[in-house]
Write a protein that binds this ligand. Structure first.
Ligand code: PGU
Length: 452
């Protein structure tokens, strides 16, 4: 056994230990006798079957699997409209200018260290994230009624919130919209909640099924949790109007339903951070309790940095601090504490007036490019005389258009035109550019006129 005083093994000895491990005839490990390991079911050289041989191959993820298939395609005209990730007019991923600037500041700051963050994450980041979604002058923040914990992007924030509710909330049923982002069902089911759905989208009108929504939430058991997309509903691109939000709020509060907002696209729907946070702020303004999961994947382009936050707005400061103490117990055995880099980027941008302003301009530019793509695709389909009413392309908002194309039409477009999208007919408008609109138009036209 090594003690702190003992010298580390010489390079030679480490090499010979490594060589012994790699040698097929020997599986002995220092300090262990050979026969305790030879013949164990996990040994690799005894001709026995793998202990995992019963495992069946899992299907690819319905969204991320689209990129896997796209990457395998060698066609020069291939187009990935699957994953919701922003691309420039040249079809390239974008690192925001403000993010580059913030990273430079962080690198230059020699006082920065790499110690563990607290379980709840970077304190500045948490405070600024709560302000971003709830509003700088939010009374809930001033009254210390909000606890915010830094989590692994939107997904991690939803999962931590789900685990917390499954452990501590009396009503373990969550209602999610039909349809919704595919991962919601799995996140909440695995967190230990029972997942039910409420009507949201009406394929006939390609709009909100408002009546169905009110009926389904109206008959949900008192206290049930309701997952709401704060803005830019994924995959439909259909959001309630302000009036409709107000009716939803009143119904939910009258029945004691607990709102859990998923805010993955703040700033992407309208181009304004405040406008896109309106739904959340309406629910917080009435003094009631709310959960919000925030993601910086899209609006700061920090996808792979995995930066997000879970905020829980409670009735009073005392409950809030007890809730936070329990959130720490949820997080600690999952991943101990969150990573420091991405949250530092966000905090640097949010606390600097100039960087913040520049961010809002870059965000608006991304949102505007998506809106231009909507108009261009709509115009191109009209010009081509493609059968159908395509006005939903310009009416829907956010990253996606829910085209109405069916599974077979999607498969046809992938096979014949190398255009990749999720099988529900959702296309990421952020993946489109003026250059690729004609190709997509041809494909949609061919798909809908096939067999006519
Ligand atoms: N919530 C919604 C509504 C989302 O659309 C997404 C991402 C998330 C949460 C999670 O995002 P984080 O990256 O964890 O912050 N949806 C995208 C990205 C791909 C995926 O499925 O994760 C999409 O294409 O639907």
């Amino acid at each position: 056994m090594h003690t702190q005083q003992s010298p580390s093994p010489s390079p030679d000895r480490r090499l010979s230990v490594l060589a012994r491990h790699l040698e097929p005839s020997s599986v002995a490990v220092e300090g262990h006798s050979n026969h305790s390991i030879v013949g164990a079911p996990t040994s690799g050289n005894d001709g026995k079957q793998s202990v995992f041989s019963h495992i069946v191959r899992a299907p690819e993820d319905p969204i991320l699997g689209v990129t896997v298939a796209y990457n395998k395609d060698t066609s020069p005209v291939k187009l990935n409209l699957g994953v919701g990730a922003y691309r420039t007019e040249e079809g390239k991923p974008l690192v925001l200018n403000v993010v580059r600037q913030a990273e430079q500041l962080l690198v230059n700051d020699r006082s920065r260290i790499k110690e563990y963050l607290p379980i709840t994450g970077l304190a500045d980041f948490n405070k600024l994230s709560a302000k971003l979604i709830l509003g700088a002058d939010s009374p809930a923040i001033q009254e210390n009624r909000v606890t915010t914990v830094q989590c692994l992007s939107g997904t991690g924030s939803l999962r931590v919130g789900g685990e917390f509710l499954a452990q501590h909330y009396h009503q373990r049923t969550i209602y999610i919209p039909q349809p919704t982002w595919g991962n919601h069902t799995k996140i909440f089911a695995l967190a230990g909640l029972s997942v039910k759905s409420y009507r949201y989208y009406d394929p006939a009108t390609r709009g909100l099924h408002f009546q169905g929504l009110l009926e389904d939430l109206g008959s949900a058991p008192s206290g049930a949790i309701v997952l709401l997309h704060a803005c830019a509903h994924n995959p439909t691109g259909v959001d309630p109007t302000k009036d409709q939000w107000e009716q939803i709020r009143r119904l939910m509060r009258s029945k004691g339903l607990l709102p859990f907002f998923d805010s993955a696209y703040q700033g992407f729907a309208s181009g304004s951070l405040d406008t896109d946070a309106q739904s959340v702020r309406m629910f917080v303004a009435d003094g009631g309790e709310v959960l919000v999961a925030q993601s910086y994947a899209k609006n700061m382009g920090l996808y792979g940095e995995r930066v997000g936050a879970l905020s829980i707005v409670c009735r009073n400061a005392d409950v809030t601090s007890r809730v936070e103490s329990q959130l720490k117990l949820v997080i600690r055995p999952m991943y101990s504490n969150p990573p420091i880099h991405g949250a530092s980027i966000v905090a640097t941008i949010l606390k600097d007036r100039n960087l913040y302003h520049e961010w809002t301009l870059e965000l608006k530019a991304m949102a505007d490019r998506i809106i231009r793509m909507r108009q261009q695709l709509f115009d191109a389909l009209r010009a081509k005389g493609t059968p159908g009413d395509w006005s939903h392309i310009i009416k829907q908002i956010g990253m996606f258009t829910f085209t109405g194309l069916n599974k077979e039409q999607v498969a046809f477009m992938t096979k014949e035109y190398h255009i990749y999208m999720t099988s529900d007919g959702r296309i990421s408008m952020a993946g489109l550019s003026s250059r690729t609109v004609p190709h997509l138009t041809d494909a949609i036209h061919a798909a809908v006129t096939r067999g006519r």
